[in-house]
Design a protein around this ligand. Structure first.
Ligand SMILES: Cc1cc2nc3c(=O)[nH]c(=O)nc-3n(C[C@H](O)[C@H](O)[C@H](O)COP(=O)(O)O)c2cc1C
Length: 213
């Protein structure tokens, strides 16, 4: 059985998506008959080749981070390369892992809906979407869960719903949680990386602009 694991992070192997891909692969490799191939979607020049590998696979899982409430542009660009295969992917089981920095699952729900719709448009079998909030902490429990998600993906070709419910328990912050988060995110130390990015991009003075207001 051919299994393709795609990493849709611009950070490639060095990011949190790469860690989750490796954990999924560990779980999957407990099945003797599985041949796992990994693809990095930050190699944009290889997208067509990777699209071909996906079309030839029995199962695929695409892992990517949430960037500004959406998928990274290179993940989207890869999806567009799948257009020539529409109608020929009926036997493909296709699953997704979306992981984010903030803890709430709700921020990944829109992209989850899109992924289910995309799978339908491609004509593949939807295997589900695992949503991991709070991706900055890739602890032991999270990696075990990812490994178990890989292991139990087969033979059915879908994620185990009980494990999906475990990935992040928090759908939304409580009103008190929102207050705490506001306090934390306004701390100068937390702001430093964002301020640095604003300065690098020459947009610090315009940081409070509201062009759509
Ligand atoms: C440009 C950028 C935008 C991000 N936007 C969000 C976001 O909207 N929501 C969120 O929870 N995390 C956001 N994050 C955090 C990432 O989702 C998180 O750190 C993730 O684990 C990164 O995965 P990677 O290392 O595989 O790229 C963002 C990170 C970056 C660099």
């Amino acid at each position: 059985m051919k299994f393709l694991l795609c990493n849709g992070s611009p950070r490639g192997k060095n990011g949190n998506s790469g860690i989750l891909v490796d954990a999924l692969a560990k779980g999957l490799s407990e099945h003797a008959d599985v041949r796992i191939e990994k693809a990095l979607l930050n190699r944009i020049g290889e997208h067509e080749q990777t699209a071909g590998a996906l079309a030839a696979a029995d199962c695929a899982i695409i892992v990517f981070p949430l960037y500004t409430d959406a998928m990274p542009g290179m993940t989207m660009a890869f999806f567009e390369k799948l257009a020539p295969y529409i109608g020929s992917l009926n036997d493909l089981h296709l699953g997704f892992v979306v992981q984010s920095g903030f803890p709430e699952k709700i921020q990944s729900r829109a992209v989850e809906k899109y992924l289910e719709r995309l799978t339908g448009i491609l004509g593949a079998q939807y295997s589900g979407t695992a949503i991991f909030g709070g991706g900055m902490s890739m602890g032991k429990n999270r990696l075990k869960l990812a490994r178990d998600l890989g292991k139990t993906f087969l033979p059915s070709g879908t994620f185990d719903p009980a494990l999906l419910a475990e990935t992040s328990r928090m759908e939304k912050l409580s009103p008190r949680g929102i207050k705490v988060m506001r306090l934390i995110t306004n701390m100068p130390l937390i702001q430093i990386p964002w301020i640095r990015q604003l300065r690098v991009n020459g947009s610090f003075k315009r940081r409070n602009d509201r062009p759509y207001a």
